[in-house]
Ligand binder design. Structure first.
Ligand code: ADP
Ligand code: TYD
Length: 199
């Protein structure tokens, strides 16, 4: 079945279940005959690797970091997202522009500038926000924590995500429930957009 190309972004704080659900969604779509790919930010490319290493540093100029996230996104868009949309895939991105609009607004305190440097970012057809208390998200993250994975910081990021969701109409999903329940709601939402394309 053809989907005609569709772009979905999955957003949320660390530990909210983005990777789990993005990958499940790709498997579900492929199983139902809809060509779909999983992709993520920060990417595994050169700029993404720099960003992952910066996340482990104690202090980094937040503007330099914001510009690098935007640069990584532009590469991602040019090399992965747009080519696959053209090939009529459903592209599922684990984090995208709202990660910068939320995290970098908190780190730089300059929402207008963050928006400006991300102006090029193609708008997803659907952005799903997995909303969760940072305390729960952090309890799910087993690895060593980065600068971004502090409860008080993530409280601010969560508030920013919710504010943006209200303004821009992101689909908010309560991510405190079981994986099965959360996934069911995601599938319901996605099926609405892909109706007539998926069984
Ligand atoms: P993120 O990509 O948002 O950081 P992950 O998908 O990597 O989050 O999930 C972090 C951890 O939490 C994983 O071990 C995953 O299995 C677990 N997890 C994800 N969603 C849930 C959920 N709804 N309930 C309980 N554990 C979950
Ligand atoms: P994460 O999703 O944890 O990727 P990985 O598992 O590959 O390390 O992202 C790393 C961190 O980057 C995460 O804590 C959030 C942060 N981040 C931003 O601050 N802004 C952005 O635009 C993106 C994409 C991520």
């Amino acid at each position: 079945m053809e989907s005609g190309g569709f772009f979905i972004a999955i957003e949320g704080i660390d530990g909210s279940g983005k990777t789990t659900h993005s990958k499940k969604l790709v498997r579900w779509l492929n199983k139902h005959g809809v060509k779909s790919i999983y992709t993520k930010e920060p990417t595994n490319g050169d700029i993404g690797r720099i960003l992952r290493s910066l996340a482990r540093k104690k202090s980094v100029d937040p503007r330099v970091e914001a510009l690098l996230f935007a640069a990584d996104r532009l590469e991602h868009l040019n090399k992965v997202i747009q080519p696959y949309i053209k090939k009529e895939y459903v592209v599922i991105s684990d984090r995208y522009v709202y990660s910068s609009l939320a995290y970098q607004t908190v780190t730089t305190s300059d929402p207008e500038w963050v928006k400006e440097i991300n102006k090029f970012a193609l708008k997803p057809d659907l952005t799903i926000l997995l909303d969760l208390e940072p305390r729960i998200g952090l309890s799910r993250v087993k690895r060593n924590r980065t600068r971004f994975e502090e409860e008080s910081f993530l409280e601010k990021v969560r508030r920013e995500y919710l504010r943006l969701a209200e303004i821009d109409g992101l689909k908010i999903v309560d991510a405190s429930r079981s994986i099965g329940e959360v996934f069911q709601e995601i599938v319901r939402e996605v099926a609405k957009y892909l109706k007539n394309k998926v069984i």
